[in-house]
Design a protein around this ligand. Structure first.
Ligand code: ADP
Ligand code: MG
Length: 331
């Protein structure tokens, strides 16, 4: 078995919420709750789930843009919290992020050349001339050219801006990129172009992607494996293959049953009822218990563990321990 490039171990992130009164106790929101993942070199690993379930927090903690409350991030076998300042600076070249809205990640007052030159300057790479050549080559890599050097972000279309954001992520020759809702703000036709570009770049530069999205169609089309998140927890990790996705967790099934083309005669659309718990409300049992159409008594008492049910397939659901489960998969 290959060594993972990124390993997430029992990662937890709690945000402190502002106190209403100075005498009130501090309260915390559990954005990410004891998650563990392995990402392998060259794969596109998807993270999907409803808004607020903890996807962006996970991506940002993996890159150490925010600090975890507990748990570990292991990069190629090394615990990143043990990195020296020098190693950390070098590591920042190896891992990058692309956000949903390039308008906020590109400086509106600076030219594209300035934006792409900045990381090279920070890391002291090359001479003025060699930097310019590298910037032009990288622009060409993302389907733009030297004509864009002196343009300002507002002169570009949304797709072109996202190409510049991608150029800025790849210019330091990284190995791992978090793409957080990277195509969510784009029109469908532009989305397809950017996804194709990302695939090309992945092949050309052997990149590993953590692809975060709430868009099931995109994530299913683009990713090799998908982790489904619910209320700060991973409920399923499943491989995508020719036959399409076969999610087993009731939440994952409901989520993916809402995609129109998967909604054939055998698989009815599942509409979830019940209230979503806030991350702090859950006292015991499964986080999905209030909305699960198949919830049992045990689901209120005991938290299900992530268990392997097949190669490349783990699920956390008490139903998996029930004999009749296989017959009731298509809920
Ligand atoms: P997603 O990307 O899946 O939409 P996030 O990771 O952004 O989810 O957020 C997860 C949870 O953490 C949400 O409940 C959100 O309100 C909360 N949260 C995110 N960032 C902060 C923050 N800086 N301070 C307090 N709470 C936050
Ligand atoms: Mg997000």
């Amino acid at each position: 078995m290959k060594e993972p490039i990124i390993e997430v171990k029992e990662l937890t992130k709690q945000y402190k919420i502002n106190r209403k009164h100075f005498w009130a106790k501090d309260t915390f929101v559990k954005a990410v709750n004891h998650i563990s993942l392995q990402l392998y070199s060259g794969e596109t690993f998807g993270l999907v789930g409803e808004s607020g379930c903890g996807k962006s927090t996970t991506g940002q903690v993996i890159l150490q843009l925010i600090k975890q409350t507990s748990g570990k991030i292991i990069y190629k076998g090394e615990d990143v919290s043990q990195f020296s300042a020098k190693r950390l600076k070098n590591w920042r070249r190896e891992v990058q992020i692309v956000f949903q809205d390039p308008y906020s990640s590109l400086n509106p007052k600076k030219t594209i050349q300035w934006t792409l030159n900045e990381p090279l300057e920070i890391h002291n790479i090359g001479t003025k001339e060699s930097r310019k050549a590298l910037i032009i080559k990288t622009l060409e890599d993302v389907g733009l050219d030297a004509n864009y050097l002196n343009r300002m972000p507002h002169e570009l279309s949304g797709g072109q801006r996202q190409r510049v954001a991608i150029a800025s992520a790849i210019i330091l020759n990284p190995e791992f990129i978090v793409i957080d809702e990277g195509v969510s703000a784009l029109d469908v036709s532009v989305q397809a172009q950017i996804l194709n570009l990302l695939k090309e770049l992945q092949k050309k530069y052997q990149l590993t992607y953590l692809f975060i999205s709430h868009d099931l169609n995109v994530i299913q089309y683009f990713c090799d494996r998908i982790a489904v998140m619910y209320l700060g927890e991973i409920v399923e990790v499943v491989k995508t293959d020719e036959v399409g996705l076969m999610p087993q967790h009731p939440y994952a099934q409901a989520l993916f049953s809402s995609i129109p083309h998967m909604n054939d005669d055998d698989q009815k659309k599942v509409v979830l009822k019940g209230d979503i718990l806030s991350p702090n409300e859950l006292q015991s049992g499964c986080a999905f218990q209030t909305r699960c159409p198949l919830a049992m008594e045990v689901c209120k008492q005991e938290k299900p563990e992530l268990k392997s049910i097949a190669e490349n397939h783990v699920v956390s659901c008490h139903l998996k321990e029930e004999e009749s489960y296989e017959n009731r998969c298509a809920i």
